[in-house]
Design a protein around this ligand. Structure first.
Ligand code: ZN
Length: 419
């Protein structure tokens, strides 16, 4: 399939250039002297390198009633993502050869976009025995996401993972100082429900200890879903000291805070929780000054029933693949906080660079791209999601920026009707 994308504003190293893009045999080439099978006129639209989401729960194998690789990657394609990293809280878990092979087989059967699996840090992410890192060359990195890893296990893991040239991605959480559960401590709704809530210390004190281990071992270290002010400051200082550390945050940590919780509704429940307005401001500052390297959705689908039990009874996690770009663009770029170019770096260039998953972007590079209409405004309606998960705190929000077309490896994996 040879596709000519005409007259778009195309991302490059320095900005956006008005030009045509020719896709042929999975590669972006110059359109000069070539005849396409189809032509799409993209006046006023933008072409970005395909977005990369380093933190996605696809739920298969093991939890296909929540999401499958097919539905999760369809949601990714619709969000403009051509590469997603799949978290390993699966059954069987990818903690050795057999578990990883089961996941790779499911990916081969169902994936619409590139899916790169995480291996676990410990067997079954139970924190008791290290995973077989050396037997999982296909693992993009290692994480026990969903729970914290005991420090002595983390240190042993870092020594081995460093030798493999890979990255430890940490869900920083010390449950012994978590305080309460469900939502953030001191939040208005925690008071209303008369519960203690989750402390910030359980995130940042664990992070502080893990940074010390990363410094000692020299293992590349990435912090998942940074949500509080102290964490941003710790990472800022660690980077200044020269540590090999990067981090991500998720759209709900800079577009919302705990004052937005206006109902006893599971769609406001995720871990880490929505924190204070001050924390939200610190996350934005971290994005603006480069402390925060990338935006990831932490797409974590559950069944409608699992999310229907209010703030106390619902499962932790919300979906995000189909809202991540629009929410980020609306909250950060339309408000003038960062440039569009920087947002594309946060959602495509930086994750690909850090995890060495992306080839170069441009003529001769792989045809992984997304076409966006940045002036298209819509109200988030989970009923229209391709994901099986429908629980999002952004339901009903007006957002700008809509993906119209996603091409992965030269194949059209999403196209909006009417384009
Ligand atoms: Zn996590």
């Amino acid at each position: 399939m040879k596709i000519l994308l005409k007259n778009a504003r195309v991302f490059d190293k320095t900005g956006f250039q008005s030009k045509d893009v020719f896709v042929s045999e999975g590669i972006i080439t110059s359109p000069a002297g070539r005849s396409p099978d189809s032509v799409l006129s993209l006046d006023g639209l933008y072409i970005f390198p395909g977005l990369t989401d380093v933190h996605v729960h696809l739920r298969e194998p093991g939890f296909s009633y929540k999401e499958t690789i097919k539905t999760g990657t369809a949601a990714a394609a619709r969000g403009g993502f051509t590469t997603v990293f799949a978290m390993p809280n699966l059954n069987p878990p990818p903690d050795g050869r057999a578990g990883l092979c089961a996941e790779l087989a499911a990916i081969a059967r169902g994936a619409l976009v590139r899916v790169l699996p995480y291996g676990t840090i410990t067997k079954g992410s139970r924190g008791e025995e290290l995973a077989d890192f050396e037997d999982m060359p296909e693992a993009v990195a290692f994480s026990d996401d969903g729970r914290g890893t005991p420090l002595h296990m983390l240190e042993a893991a870092m020594h081995r993972v460093k030798k493999l040239g890979k990255i430890i991605c940490s869900h920083c959480e010390d449950v012994s100082i978590k305080g309460g559960d469900h939502i953030a401590e001191n939040s208005p709704y925690a008071k209303k429900l008369m519960i203690t809530g989750i402390s910030s210390e359980s995130e940042y004190l664990q992070l502080e200890r893990e940074l010390a281990i990363a410094e000692k071992t020299g293992c590349p270290y990435h912090v998942c879903h940074v949500s509080c002010r102290e964490s941003v400051e710790l990472i800022r200082r660690a980077k200044a000291r020269g540590l090999d550390v990067t981090c991500e945050t998720a759209p709900h940590y800079f577009a919302l805070d705990y004052t937005d919780i206006d109902a006893d509704d599971g769609r406001y429940k995720m871990n880490p929780p929505l924190r204070s307005p001050r924390d939200r401001q610190a996350i934005i500052e971290g994005i603006c000054d480069g402390t925060i390297d990338m935006i990831a959705s932490d797409h974590a689908p559950h069944s409608a029933e699992e999310k229907s039990r209010g703030l106390l009874g619902s499962a932790m996690g919300v979906v995000g693949l189909e809202t991540a770009f629009a929410v980020s663009y609306t909250a950060l770029v339309r408000t003038g906080l960062i440039s569009l170019h920087r947002l594309v770096e946060l959602m495509s260039i930086n994750p690909a660079k850090r995890f060495r998953t992306g080839a170069f972007w441009g003529d001769g590079g792989p045809a992984d791209l997304a076409v966006f209409d940045l002036d298209a405004c819509h109200t988030v309606n989970p009923d229209n999601f391709l994901s099986m998960g429908k629980s999002t705190p952004f339901a009903g929000r007006r957002v700008f920026g809509e993906c119209l077309l996603t091409i992965c490896g030269g194949r059209i994996v999403y196209k909006k009707d009417g384009l």
